[in-house]
Design a protein around this ligand. Structure first.
Ligand code: CP
Length: 324
């Protein structure tokens, strides 16, 4: 267990050692038990966290706000449009100033080619740790919650197969940060990872290379496939969600034209039955119901999506308590 984490940024899990991530999981389980038993755990009394959002959120905002309150501190929700950022406050100035007001700075900015650099610029100027609530490349708190959920449902993740698949959605071009973060983390924890997508939905080559290297080090497998049905076969964990063809285009109309070619990529009862009998279905939410996944699957016996959403609270509390 590695416990010296005070002041450490969490922008990608790749920058944390496996020992450090094991500590996060251990503390998350402890905090989950404490909350269930009504045991107070005010580890962050009198501490404050800025939650700076450049994009909408249901789960992330609520779980960070609630988590900070449960830890005895306070989270300040800041919608960027209510700040002076568009009038000239630079990332460096936000880091310098918020780093003096707050004990942590959490940011969501998923703008393509902008979000991750913005966070790193804020982090470089801040004396307080930077927590990535999702950028265009990574969504670290989502996948830590996902890993916690897999451990709860399946035990030791080593040797289990996870299918990280693209699925069709009509609502908007969703970021690629979830599948990218999944292939990075699950390979490190010894899962056999299948990345499944139509040709236009490739992930960043650098991220794919890192996932291959992680798999090699963990002596596990990492496969890329383009057949949804084949990807489901005998899998332990089905994690199928939409993302935009962002390496091909970030234009909404062109992206939708490409998306619409693959409307049959839905997680339905026929497909979930190709996985193992006790397979779990995961999705970070929000899902396009009956487009991306049928009601029968997302509300059915394989689905763990609400436990998965709950675990956002526990892993975030663990990271906040350890770093702030
Ligand atoms: N899964 C997730 O990040 O949800 P929100 O976009 O609602 O925060």
């Amino acid at each position: 267990m590695q416990t010296f984490l005070h002041g450490k940024d969490l922008i990608t899990t790749q920058e944390w050692t496996k020992d450090e991530l094991d500590t996060v999981l251990d503390v998350a389980f402890e905090l989950k038990r404490a909350r269930a038993l009504g045991i107070p755990h005010a580890h962050l009394r009198d501490k404050t966290l800025a939650l700076l959002f450049f994009f909408s959120s249901t789960r992330t905002r609520s779980s960070f706000e609630s988590g900070m309150a449960q830890l005895g501190g306070h989270a300040a929700f800041i919608d960027h449009s209510t700040t002076q950022i568009s009038h000239g406050d630079t990332a460096t100035e936000i880091g310098e100033i918020f780093g003096r007001y707050y004990d942590g700075i959490a940011i969501r900015n998923v703008d393509w080619g902008i979000g991750n650099k913005y966070m790193r610029d804020v982090a470089a100027a801040s004396r307080a740790p930077l927590l990535n609530m999702q950028c265009e490349i990574y969504h670290p708190f989502q996948i830590l919650a996902d890993l916690m959920t897999i451990i709860e449902k399946k035990g030791d993740p080593r040797g289990k197969t996870i299918t990280v698949s693209w699925a069709y959605a009509s609502s908007y071009l969703k970021p690629i940060s979830v599948p990218q973060s999944l292939i990075l983390l699950m390979t490190r924890f010894g899962m056999n990872v299948r990345l499944v997508h139509p040709p236009e939905y490739k992930l960043m080559p650098d991220i794919v290379e890192q996932a291959k290297e992680n798999a090699k080090r963990a002596k596990t497998s990492f496969e890329i496939m383009d057949d949804f049905d084949a990807g489901m076969k005998d899998s332990d964990v089905i994690y199928a969600k939409s993302w935009g063809p962002l390496l091909v285009t970030d234009d909404d109309a062109e992206g939708k034209r490409i998306n619409d070619k693959y409307q049959d990529w839905i997680t339905d009862e026929r497909r979930i039955n190709m996985a193992k009998d006790n397979a779990i279905y995961m999705h970070p939410l929000p899902a396009d119901r009956n487009i991306e996944v049928t009601d029968g699957v997302i509300d059915g016996p394989h689905s763990v999506v609400f436990d998965q959403a709950e675990n956002r609270l526990h892993v975030q509390k663990a990271v906040m308590a350890l770093t702030m």
